[in-house]
Design a protein around this ligand. Structure first.
Ligand code: ADP
Length: 477
């Protein structure tokens, strides 16, 4: 063939070009603008098992998997409108009723209106791609469940690649590359130098690192991350670091709270026990004869045994509620009489102002309501040692409302959100003893009665309010 017969770019003439296309190992076809197949090459038989007679004059859409039809139809509209399409992937049915993935390039000839269509069997790529995608999704959900993020750092280029969960842990939502400098900025200033030192030593000595560091949390406060890092050397001798990071903020918080709780429980139990032991000792060994002194000591004995009983009840209830074993034993009770009785024997009896109807018969679990009132009165006595304590109760439709307001130090808005959490105690230098479960119990008791408990500012001091659901009862009930 003479050079002059060739098309620009050294392509052979039309006839030879036709032969070349005809013998292509990739399936090729020509279509009219409705997608009707006008011509196919023999590769169709190798790739999908279809012969020309099976294909010609049929719309190619008939061979496509229903799940891919919408996408393919949309792209087809593009090509008919004159926009070439590349890498349109869809599943084709084979002559033996199986599916194969093909990737298509389509181009419409403006003069004839025909669409030239070149396909490639990408089934093995797609299988791999789908498997990898599935694995990635599995990995992502495993990471989320385990709260673990994975990362890898290469020195050249200096890039830290991260799994999706790791990005989420570090609150990274942009696509800018993460260099070691940028990563270090995320670490709490006080931990930065130590982490840099550990990682540098790890690379130099080829040793693993297990450590902890802090980052700033989005809602304020620090988050604690545990990091495992391991250096690896690639074939070119370059050192990479890879590792995993786990958010342990919540575990740490609970561990700290539990430690504080255990310390508080031991302290709380020991205090009345020490008094009981001391008083009992005095009564037994010294044979106290003086009537006044005897009754004072006996009074102390009773008060401290009561205190122990109260503590034990709180602990037992807390355990019951944690296990979800709480059973309501409702019955008729006069809330007015109950409140008056409890206030009368509480340490704030002298400074209490009670507000409510003279009689309020309700259908509630009397023991639980008693425990709510006792806990609130106890706190008022503890945190507001002087000033009036306003105790009110009443009904609002289906709900009973009980509140105890004192003139104590009050509760800040930030504390208000947390003091009903178990083990939480306001961290200041308040000297009052406690286990941090009283209000958590009040909240749970209220919920058990389909209600809620909360605190509001009350100048000066705080007002603790509890609402519980209780159907109204007639006075005659
Ligand atoms: P405890 O009293 O054993 O610490 P609570 O669950 O009863 O546990 O209370 C949790 C925290 O709420 C307390 O540590 C205290 O800081 C705060 N608090 C409770 N009652 C009052 C109150 N009447 N005034 C101010 N703060 C209170």
């Amino acid at each position: 063939m003479a050079v002059a017969d060739r098309l620009p770019g050294g392509w052979p003439d039309e006839q030879e070009l036709g032969r070349l296309a005809y013998s292509s190992p990739d399936p090729l076809m020509m279509l009219d603008e409705h997608g009707v197949i006008l011509a196919v090459n023999p590769a169709w038989s190798d790739v999908l098992g279809w012969e020309a007679d099976d294909l010609l004059d049929r719309r190619f859409f008939d061979f496509i998997h229903t799940e891919d039809l919408q996408h393919t139809t949309d792209r087809w509209k593009d090509v008919v409108a004159g926009d070439p399409v590349v890498d349109e992937r869809n599943r084709w049915v084979t002559a033996t009723d199986q599916w194969r993935w093909l990737s298509w390039s389509w181009k419409r000839n403006a003069e004839t209106g025909h669409v030239f269509s070149a396909g490639r069997d990408v089934t093995s790529h797609m299988d791999l791609y789908l498997r990898v995608t599935e694995d990635r999704q599995l990995l992502a959900s495993a990471e989320t469940l385990a709260q673990v993020g994975a990362w890898e750092w290469t020195s050249q280029p200096d890039i830290l690649s991260m799994s999706e969960h790791m990005r989420a842990l570090l609150d990274i939502d942009d696509n800018a590359p993460i260099t070691s400098d940028r990563a270090m900025q995320l670490i709490h200033l006080d931990d930065r130098e130590r982490i840099l030192g550990l990682l540098t030593t790890s690379i130099e000595r080829g040793e693993k690192v297990d450590t902890e560091f802090r980052i700033a949390g989005t809602g304020g406060g620090n988050r604690v991350l545990v990091m495992h890092a391991e250096p690896i050397r690639d074939e070119q001798g370059m050192v990479h670091l890879h590792g995993a990071v786990q958010d342990v903020t919540e575990q740490r918080r609970l561990a700290t709270l539990k430690d504080a709780f255990l310390a508080a429980v031991s302290h709380e139990l020991r205090t009345p026990l020490t008094v009981i032991k001391g008083v009992a000792d005095t009564l037994v060994r010294l044979h106290v004869k003086d009537e006044q002194q005897r009754s004072r000591l006996q009074g102390a004995l009773v008060r401290n045994v009561d205190r122990l009983e109260h503590l034990m009840a709180d602990l037992l209830d807390f355990g019951t509620l944690r296990r979800g074993d709480m059973q309501l034993r409702t019955g008729t009770c006069d809330l007015a009489a109950l409140v008056h009785q409890l206030v009368a024997v509480s340490p704030i009896a002298e400074r209490a102002i009670i507000d409510g109807p003279t009689s309020l018969p309700v259908d509630v679990d009397r023991v639980i309501v008693e425990r709510i009132v006792l806990n609130l009165l106890d706190n008022a006595a503890k945190y507001a040692p002087t000033g009036p304590v306003e105790v009110s109760y009443g009904r609002r439709g289906e709900m009973l409302r009980l509140s105890v307001a004192d003139a104590g130090p009050g509760v800040t808005a930030a504390e208000a959100a947390r003091i009903f959490e178990p083990f939480y105690r306001v961290a200041d230098d308040r000297p009052q003893p406690g286990m941090g479960i009283g209000l958590a119990l009040v909240g749970e008791f209220a919920r058990a009665h389909d209600g809620r408990a909360w605190v509001e500012p009350h100048e000066p001091g705080a007002e603790f309010i509890v609402e519980i659901r209780a159907a109204p009862l007639d006075q005659s009930d």
